[in-house]
Design a protein around this ligand. Structure first.
Ligand SMILES: [Zn+2]
Length: 347
């Protein structure tokens, strides 16, 4: 992520690169924010900036091999810690001592779709149900192991700790030791929504950067940013064809999706789930909470009036099924042809 892509707290877009350029960057930074104000995006942009090979105009280039890996969140020197708990998406052995690494694929997927994700979004996404996440001592040990290795490619190893206030006492003490004697070339970026709950000794070892709440306008544009809607035209076409019971009209849709790469097919399904959620909320009078953009409001209103109330749960399930079929390498034409048929019968 580049600084220029972040919404809100614009002064940081100059301050943070300047700190790097003038060699004034502390080895540990504590971003303090209200939920959803951009703490994670700023941590990501800073991590990308320090390792970019072609920094210019106060931002990372977004194109060099390092930026490429940062933008996909797969750089070997970029580490994440966030609160977790047991969940059905990890193995029985992993359930005994759940740590962030076990949830990385889902974390990456969620963060790429929405770097402003909330704590609850994370828990819903990784399926820890009603349990609360925490950062355990096993996680702290894992942090020490990772940081004892040399950086693989970049100048810095970056450890982004999201919601460090979820650390228990034992984990916090281990982290404190690391902050007292940081391994060479390590940058700690803590993003906290309750810094008062951190050990005072941890706080005092970090440079504090407070993010201001976003303005109403910034929040409005964040919604657009957070929810890609690349496939809205196809989804609208598909849903209208389904409502008209026009099987023939669904063919171009499923054929064009089947021709895409797997990542795009996944994105199509994820966007479809968000799309269904929005229609459902509008149909149930929750327009205010539905995050419907101005450019899609009319179509969503129309669909909300026409769609059978029994559809939503089923429809959501069909896309979930398609997602797991994509992951299992089922033939894409079969997946999307079947999906279209089912939608047609249930809308
Ligand atoms: Zn770069």
């Amino acid at each position: 992520m580049r600084f220029s892509q972040i919404i809100g707290n614009d002064s940081l877009k100059h301050l943070l690169p300047q700190m790097v350029d003038q060699n004034r960057l502390s080895h540990a930074i504590l971003f303090s924010e209200e939920p959803g104000c951009g703490g994670l995006p700023y941590a990501l942009a800073l991590a990308q900036y320090v390792n970019c090979r072609d920094r210019h105009d106060g931002d990372s280039c977004g194109k060099c091999p390092s930026c490429y890996k940062y933008e996909k969140l797969i750089h070997p020197d970029l580490h994440f810690v966030f609160p977790v708990n047991t969940s059905d998406i990890i193995s029985e052995t992993e359930k005994k001592r759940p740590i962030s690494d076990y949830f990385l694929p889902k974390w990456r997927e969620m963060l790429l779709a929405n770097p402003y994700l909330t704590e609850q979004d994370l828990y819903d996404g990784i399926g820890i149900d009603n349990k609360s996440g925490n950062i355990s001592v096993f996680e702290a040990k894992r942090i020490i192991e990772k940081l004892s290795l040399r950086s693989f490619e970049g100048e810095y190893k970056t450890m982004i700790i999201w919601l460090p206030e979820k650390m228990n006492q034992e984990a916090a003490n281990k982290l404190l030791k690391l902050l007292e004697e940081p391994p060479a070339g390590t940058l700690f970026l803590l993003v906290s929504q309750a810094p008062e709950r951190l050990l005072p000794t941890i706080r005092s070892r970090c440079q504090l950067i407070e993010l201001a709440p976003l303005t109403k306008e910034e929040r409005a544009s964040m919604v657009q940013f957070a929810q890609p809607r690349e496939f809205n035209p196809l989804l609208i076409e598909l849903f209208n064809a389904g409502l008209n019971r026009d099987l023939q009209a669904t063919f171009p849709v499923w054929e064009s999706v089947a021709d895409l790469g797997r990542e795009k097919q996944r994105q199509f399904c994820l966007e479809a789930e968000t799309f269904i959620r929005k229609i459902y909320m509008v149909a149930n009078g929750l327009q205010q909470l539905s995050n419907v953009g101005n450019d899609e409001a009319d179509e969503i209103q129309t669909l909300a009036r026409k769609i059978n109330p029994a559809f939503y749960k089923k429809g959501f399930g069909y896309f979930e099924k398609a997602l797991s079929a994509i992951d299992s390498n089922v033939n894409a034409k079969l997946i999307f042809c079947d999906l279209c048929n089912r939608l047609l019968l249930s809308l």
